[in-house]
Structure formats: structure tokens, C-alpha cells
Design a protein around this ligand. Structure first.
Ligand code: P6P
Length: 341
């Protein structure tokens, strides 16, 4: 007999419950998270039928990354920007798809407390081959005075100042995971009621794991230290159950989500020709670093904690290493090694 009495909290019920736990909360963060959930539901509909309608193909435009903008990227960006602009919580946004940040100039938005940064559809080159893709978002309290238009300083904040961060994976199921200082929780979309329902309460990243994620195609461009660590992953002594398994989907939201739940390490190191790697600090690495640290893992650029980096530009890149605490400690021993000669 199905347990019809089992309490299934929707995202809205959960965020409101979280808000009630803080008497001083105004509900603006809860409202912002609900807005993102709404945009995600709309993106999910289109992603799920992308193979059926002519929403694939390129818009013919090139985004700031120099990549062909798929229609889905643009659609996802418009959905997120639209709900946040018309909400009560967000004073402006920055997006992977837009050269510059966007100021929301209406009176309610100008008086809002937060700014939001996102990669609206990460891994979008995988849409055509039906590989999971995702949305990544990051929320900060604005630094400038409420009632004024946001400026660049509201966006160039260290990741440690994030109020919340999260992602949505449009995959075998659609899951929204978000973190605040209170913890990390996952919500799976129930199409029957069109609501995200709490499915992964209080996510903790296992301190150990056996999965390493890296693009071996770049191997010869990696530093000697990184190559040595990858070599270790392939030759783990039997004593601790090695060797590790290599898993690389080419969609960061999926690779990091899997490692968050099962344990593992994800690496996007710099290479000789791209010393800063490929991934963006503000709306890819900072949100995931915040989430994984709240779940007990760690994230660095190979030298320092990701969340302590002071951003200089909206679209700056950073080498990225993230995952289970003990695997990251093992990696850091290799990265510290000075290579003689
Ligand atoms: P590569 C997708 O384009 C993305 O930004 C991340 O989601 C993914 O981890 C990475 O790039 C894959 O890059 O160079 O290995 O194909």
C-alpha cells in the first residue's frame, strides 16, 4: 500500500519553511529560488522536446565565449532573466550568454536585495546528442545601496560571499539542487504536479571516492604535477580498492552532481596553451565550489580555495579541481610537489 501520508515537500514549501526558521527573513531569497524553479520548469519543457521541434540549430550569433549560440541557450537565458526581472528579489543579473551585466531599473527591482549570475544552459553543445545539460546559478547580496542601480562591483564578489547557489540537471529526471549556509538539498521534478519535490535532503559529499573526471584529450597539455596525479588514479594500489574509475560526461553539472552524491573528483586544469583552463569563475566554478563545500567537499584552482578568489572580470576563467575532501587532499599533495629539473 503506497504511503500516501508520506510528507513530500515541494520546493516552495521547503523554501518557505526555511524562511520561517529565520524570523528576520523577508522571504526575498525564498521568492528568488521559486522564480528560478519556475524558469527551470519552462526550460525543462523545451529541453525535453528539443529533438522534436526546430529549437535546435544555431541562431547564427556568437556569444562572448566565441561559441555558436544554440537557440536553447538563448531561450534558457531569456526565461531566467525574465522571471528575475519581474520578481521582487533581484536587482540585476550577469549571464554567460551576455557580454555585460543587466541592470533591472524598475523601482521594485532597484530596491531588491540580491543579484544573480548564471550559466543558463551549460553543456549546450550536448543538446543535439541527448546528453544531460544544466543550468548553474549563484546568488549574492548586492553591495551597492538598495534603491540605486546595481554596478559591476555587485557582481565581482568573492565566492565566499554567496548567499545561495545551485544547479538544475535536465537529464533522466530533472533535479534542482541548491545550497545555502544551512546545507544542500535536492528536488526532483514531479511532472504529474509540475513541482520540484524534496528527494535528496541534506546532501553530503562522501569524503572518499573512486571516480575521477578529467578530459584525457588534454593530458599532454597538463602540468607534470597534474599528469602525475592522473597517473596515480590509474594505478591506485589494490589496498584501497583502486584503481579509480574514469567518468567524464563533458557536461559539468552531470559530472559534479554524480561526484557530489557518490564521491569523486572533477578536474578542469589549465593547459600550456590555456593556463586558466576553460571554466568560468563567477557562474560555473563559484556556485559549484559553494555547494560542494557546504556538502563537506573542497574546491581549488590548484593553488587557492576557489571561494577566496577576488574576481576581476565577469567572464574570467580559472583552473578547477573539486570533489571529495580526502581525494582533494591527495591531489593537493601532488600539486604542491616542486618538479626538479
Ligand atoms: P571539454 C561544457 O561545454 C563545459 O562548459 C562543461 O560543462 C564541461 O565540463 C566542459 O565544458 C567540457 O569541456 O573541453 O572537456 O569538452
Amino acid at each position: 500500500m503506497a504511503n500516501v501520508n508520506r510528507e513530500i515537500l515541494t520546493l516552495d514549501e521547503f523554501t518557505i519553511r526555511e524562511m520561517r526558521a529565520f524570523p528576520q527573513a523577508t522571504g526575498e531569497l525564498a521568492s528568488l529560488l521559486r522564480d528560478i524553479g519556475l524558469a527551470a520548469k519552462r526550460v525543462n519543457v523545451e529541453v525535453n522536446k528539443a529533438g522534436l521541434v526546430d529549437i535546435l540549430g544555431d541562431t547564427g550569433e556568437i556569444n562572448v565565449q566565441g561559441e555558436e549560440v544554440k537557440k536553447m541557450d538563448e531561450y534558457a537565458n531569456n526565461q531566467l532573466t525574465g522571471v528575475l526581472r519581474h520578481g521582487i528579489s533581484c536587482a540585476g543579473i550577469a549571464s554567460e550568454e551576455l557580454d555585460d551585466f543587466v541592470v533591472f531599473e524598475d523601482e521594485i527591482s532597484k530596491n531588491s536585495k540580491y543579484v544573480c549570475m548564471y550559466d543558463p544552459l551549460d553543456g549546450s553543445s550536448n543538446i543535439d546528442v541527448n546528453v544531460s545539460i544544466g543550468t548553474i546559478f549563484s546568488v549574492y547580496r548586492r553591495k551597492t545601496e538598495r534603491g540605486t542601480c546595481v554596478t559591476q562591483e555587485d557582481f565581482l564578489q568573492a565566492g565566499s560571499r554567496q548567499v545561495a547557489a545551485g544547479y538544475i540537471i535536465y537529464g533522466s529526471s530533472t533535479i534542482l539542487v541548491y545550497a545555502t549556509k544551512r546545507g544542500v538539498n535536492g528536488f526532483t521534478l514531479d511532472p504529474a504536479i509540475g513541482e520540484f519535490c524534496l528527494s535528496h535532503p541534506d546532501i553530503k559529499c562522501p569524503p572518499d571516492g573512486k571516480i575521477y573526471s578529467v578530459n584525457h584529450g588534454n593530458f599532454f597539455g597538463y602540468s607534470t604535477q597534474v599528469k602525475k596525479y592522473i597517473d596515480l588514479c590509474q594505478h591506485k594500489e589494490k589496498s584501497n580498492g583502486g584503481p579509480y574509475t574514469q567518468r567524464y560526461i563533458g557536461s559539468m553539472v552531470s559530472d559534479v552532481h554524480r561526484n557530489l552524491l557518490k564521491g569523486g573528483i572533477f578536474m578542469y586544469p589549465g593547459t600550456i596553451d590555456k593556463p586558466q583552463g576553460k571554466l568560468r569563475l563567477l557562474y560555473e566554478c563559484n556556485p559549484f565550489a559553494f555547494i560542494v563545500e557546504r556538502a563537506g567537499g573542497t574546491a581549488t584552482d590548484g593553488k587557492m580555495r576557489i571561494l577566496e578568489k577576488e574576481p576581476q572580470t565577469l567572464h574570467e576563467r580559472t583552473p578547477f579541481f573539486i570533489g571529495s575532501k580526502n581525494m582533494m587532499q591527495e591531489l593537493e599533495q601532488y600539486l604542491k610537489e616542486t618538479i626538479k629539473g
